[in-house]
Design a protein around this ligand. Structure first.
Ligand code: APR
Ligand code: PHB
Length: 389
C-alpha cells in the first residue's frame, strides 16, 4: 500500500487533517487502533475557539456546528464567596462556542466516510521506519494480518500514549512535564444548565466547573484527590459537593439528575519538542497535554492541524518546503502560550494540598486583582477565546 500522507490516529486531530488534505486533493490513509464506536464514546472537552470553528467550516463541517453550537460571550468565576463575569465580547470583541468534542468527531467521521477517505479501524500501528529517508514505512495490523503502508509523510495524531512520539530518538526529543496533585471528576447529565454561561469556582473544598453540552445537557466537574475513584462518588454525593463548591447563588439554579457518564481524569501539563522529526509530524495530544481548566486541549489540536495542513498543501501544490521547516516552531510558540494560560487558570482555581498561608494569600490576591483590573481581565479573555495564529 502506498499513499502521500499516512495519518496515525482517528481522534479529532487525525480526522481533521484527513479531511483538509483530501479536500485539497492529497491522498491520505488513516490508521486508528480503536473502533469508530469506541472513539465516539469518549466524552471530552466542549469549548471551541473561533480558530477551531473557522477550520471546521473550512473542512465543510460547519452545518450542525452553526445550528447547534452555543455562542458564549463570557464566563463566570466564583471565588470563595466573591463573583466576577469575564465579558469576552466587551473586552476583546470575540466569543467561544460550546460544541462537544464527540459532535466534532462525529461530523468529521461522517464527512470523511462520505468523501471516501481511506480509513482502517482496529488497525494499530506497531512500527515506524525511514523517517530520515525518502519514504516512511508504517507497519500495522488489521484483521489479524500485518500490513505495510508506504507514505511520503506521516502525521502522528495518536494521542499521548501513541507510537509517533516514541519514534523520535531520545537524543533529539526533549519533554517538559508538570503533574498536578488532583484530578477532575466529570459527570454528564440530561438536565438544563444552571447558568447561560460556564461557571468556574474556587471553593475551600476545591475547584468546580459548571459546563454544558446543550440547553438540556450539563457537564459538571469537581476537583478530587488522585486516590479517589468514581465508586467513591454516588450521584447524590457528587451533586451535593458540586453545589457547595459553586456557591449558594449558583447552587439555587442547579438541576440534578442521574449521571449518564462519570469519569476521573488526572491533570497534567506536557510539551514535547521538536514537533517534527524528518518526515514525521506530531500533532495534538501526541505532542502536548494541558490541564482542562483553560479548555485548550482540542483547540491546540485544531491549531496544530491548521499549520500542518497548510504546510503539506503548500508542499504538494508547489514543492515549497518552507512551512514544513517552520511547523515545529510555529506550533510550539502557540502551544507554550496555551500551556502557560492553562497552568495559570489551574493555579488560580484549584486547592493545592501543599499550599501554605502565603500561597492562599497570593491566590486570593490574584483573584482580587483580576476583579479590579480591566487589563487583567483582558489578558484572561484574549487567552480564553484563543490567541491569534
Ligand atoms: N495506532 C493507531 N492509532 C492509535 C495508536 C496506534 N499505535 N495509538 C493511539 N492511537 C489512536 C487512539 O486510539 C486515539 O483514537 O490515536 C487517537 C488519538 O486521539 P486523541 O487522544 O483524541 O488525540 P487528538 O486527536 O490529538 O485530540 C486531542 O482530544 O484528548 C483530547 O484533550 C484532548 O481535546 C483534545 C483532543
Ligand atoms: C467541558 O465542557 O467539558 C469543559 C469546559 C470548559 C473547560 C473544561 C471542560 O475549561
Amino acid at each position: 500500500m502506498r499513499t502521500q500522507v499516512g495519518i496515525i490516529g482517528g481522534g479529532p486531530s487525525g480526522l481533521l487533517l484527513a479531511r483538509l488534505l483530501s479536500l485539497a486533493g492529497i491522498r491520505v490513509v488513516l490508521l486508528e487502533r480503536q473502533s469508530p464506536g469506541y472513539v465516539l464514546g469518549r466524552i471530552r472537552a466542549g469549548i471551541l475557539e473561533t480558530i477551531a470553528t473557522d477550520l471546521l467550516r473550512e473542512a465543510g463541517c460547519g452545518t450542525r456546528l452553526d445550528a447547534e453550537g452555543l455562542v458564549h460571550d463570557g464566563t463566570f468565576i466564583n471565588f470563595q464567596g466573591d463573583g466576577l463575569r469575564i465579558d469576552f465580547k466587551d473586552l476583546v470583541g470575540r466569543h467561544v462556542t460550546v460544541y462537544g468534542q464527540t459532535e466534532v468527531t462525529r461530523d468529521l467521521m461522517d464527512a470523511n466516510t462520505a468523501a471516501g477517505v481511506e480509513a482502517f479501524y482496529e488497525a494499530p500501528v506497531t512500527r515506524i521506519e525511514g523517517l530520515q529517508g525518502d519514504r516512511v514505512r508504517l507497519t500495522f495490523t488489521h484483521g489479524g494480518a500485518e500490513k505495510v503502508l508506504e507514505c511520503g509523510f506521516v502525521a502522528a495524531c495518536d494521542g499521548y500514549h501513541g507510537v509517533g512520539r516514541a519514534a523520535i530518538p531520545a537524543s533529539v526529543l526533549k519533554t517538559y512535564e508538570r503533574v498536578y496533585p488532583f484530578g477532575w471528576l466529570g459527570v454528564l447529565a440530561d438536565v438544563p444548565p444552571c447558568a447561560h454561561e460556564l461557571v468556574y469556582a474556587n471553593h475551600r473544598n476545591g475547584f468546580a466547573l459548571a459546563s454544558m453540552r446543550s440547553p438540556t445537557r450539563v457537564r459538571g466537574y469537581i476537583q478530587v484527590p488522585l486516590h479517589e475513584t468514581v465508586d467513591d462518588w454516588s450521584d447524590e454525593r457528587f451533586w451535593a459537593e458540586y453545589k457547595t463548591r459553586l456557591g449558594p447563588e449558583t447552587a439555587k439554579a442547579v438541576a440534578t439528575g442521574p449521571s449518564i457518564e462519570k469519569s476521573i481524569a488526572p491533570l497534567r501539563s506536557f510539551v514535547a519538542e521538536p514537533m517534527r522529526y524528518g518526515r514525521l509530524f506530531l500533532a495534538g495530544d501526541a505532542a502536548h497535554i494541558v490541564p482542562p481548566t483553560g479548555a485548550k486541549g482540542l483547540n491546540l489540536a485544531a491549531s496544530d492541524i491548521r499549520y500542518l495542513s497548510r504546510a503539506l498543501i503548500a508542499h504538494y501544490a508547489n514543492n515549497s518546503h518552507d512551512l514544513i521547516e517552520r511547523y515545529s516552531a510555529d506550533c510550539l510558540a502557540r502551544v507554550w502560550k496555551a500551556t502557560r494560560f492553562s497552568w495559570w487558570m489551574t493555579t488560580l482555581l484549584h486547592r493545592f494540598p501543599e499550599t501554605d498561608a502565603f500561597g492562599h494569600g497570593l491566590q486570593r490576591t490574584e483573584f482580587d486583582y483580576l476583579k479590579s483590573s480591566r487589563a487583567a481581565q483582558t489578558v484572561l479573555a484574549e487567552n480564553y477565546v484563543g490567541l491569534p495564529i
